[in-house]
Design a protein around this ligand. Structure first.
Ligand SMILES: [Cu+2]
Length: 355
């Protein structure tokens, strides 16, 4: 039933886009020119890099991202919580991420822009302890258990360079750093059942604790009503953090198609392939077999997500500089290292203003 609802939502996004107008599009000079493609940016809400800015142009944007995970999986096989209790004292039920991000961009010249990002993330995880499922369990101090962590995450800074602009083709190179502002030793509250004033598992931490390097290649094509983007991005961790570990490196590939149905409205479909590695090293304060998220080998894997999205960008002069985007995604494939919660759905919303 839950799945049914999610696929309906995905369909609504696509159908809204198919409601096409007979309006003449692209009569203005924004479409498919070598000039600033940010003025007609149809890239989906979940895409971070899609344009460079004109000289001295600023952009500010707010992004909200939500991800929901539940049901346990090992590799590509579902695994029951009762089976997890053979190895661990507790097992996760579900997990939710709510991220709020502020992003600023500035064009130093028509080819070179700088981008800065800061986020505030809230993580919530529900767990159940082994004895809660045993026949001798009454209610007592075991059973369901919640973890909650919130705070400022790592800051990102990236340089974007439009290396090639040829007819409707754009090639943008990006490179930058993630600075370890986020806490890597978030602790449970004193009243916490499992983590009373002790450090939470890796998944509940706000930062990587490592200075991370990011680099990517982004190809964009835009002509008339159509747009296409293909982008590859690598996130490389440098060294270990003060807590004794290094989160896994990540490789990300995005391919998306967008179509402008109405003057202000376009819709998109996107496929995202993510490869992430296991955690290297470990935080010695975390017991390996209390629960799966405390074990560094239960991290990373390969995931494919499919998204549908809408972008609203007015061609009205007064509103021309505002852009709203929303995108919703479902998993198509997940091959997870060790025992982990499966990603069930993801939502991104963004609003941007140019000045
Ligand atoms: Cu921008």
């Amino acid at each position: 039933m839950q799945y049914h609802f999610r696929y309906c939502l995905l369909l609504v996004f696509i159908l809204l886009g198919i409601y096409r107008s007979k309006a003449q599009l692209c009569a203005d000079s924004l479409c498919g020119t070598a000039a600033c493609i940010c003025s007609a940016d149809r890239s989906p809400a979940g895409i971070m890099i899609s344009h460079v800015h004109e000289k001295k142009q600023w952009m500010l944007s707010y992004r909200y991202m939500n991800m929901y995970m539940n049901e346990l999986q090992s590799g590509t096989t579902s695994i029951a919580r009762s089976k997890v209790y053979q190895y661990y004292q507790a097992a996760p039920i579900d997990m939710q991420m709510n991220m709020h991000m502020l992003m600023g961009m500035y064009g130093f010249n028509d080819k070179f822009s700088l981008m800065g990002m800061l986020n505030y993330t809230v993580w919530d995880m529900n767990m159940d302890m082994a004895s809660a499922t045993s026949s001798v369990h009454n209610h007592s101090d075991t059973g369901p258990h919640k973890m909650h962590s919130s705070g400022i995450g790592d800051a990102g800074i990236q340089a974007l360079y439009e290396a090639i602009t040829y007819n409707n083709h754009h090639l943008i190179l990006n490179g930058g750093l993630n600075l370890p502002l986020g806490n890597t030793e978030v602790k449970g509250a004193v009243k916490d059942l499992m983590y009373s004033n002790t450090v939470y598992p890796y998944a509940m931490q706000q930062g990587s604790g490592t200075t991370d390097m990011q680099a990517g290649v982004n190809y964009l094509w835009q002509k008339g009503r159509g747009s296409f983007g293909s982008q590859f991005n690598a996130l490389i961790r440098t060294g270990k953090n003060n807590a004794g570990y290094s989160p896994g490196n990540e490789l990300n590939l995005n391919n998306w198609l967008a179509w402008q149905w109405l003057k202000p409205l376009s819709s998109s479909v996107r496929i995202n392939l993510l490869h992430s590695e296991k955690i290297k090293g470990s935080n010695p304060s975390l017991p390996l077999y209390d629960e799966p998220s405390g074990n560094p080998s239960n991290y990373g894997g390969n995931k494919i997500m499919c998204y549908a999205g809408l972008v609203f960008q007015s061609k009205n002069k007064a509103l021309n500089h505002y852009r709203l985007a929303v995108e919703y995604g479902l998993p198509a494939y997940e091959n997870l290292n060790g025992i982990q919660l499966k990603t069930q759905q993801a939502l991104s919303c963004s609003c941007s203003v140019l000045f």
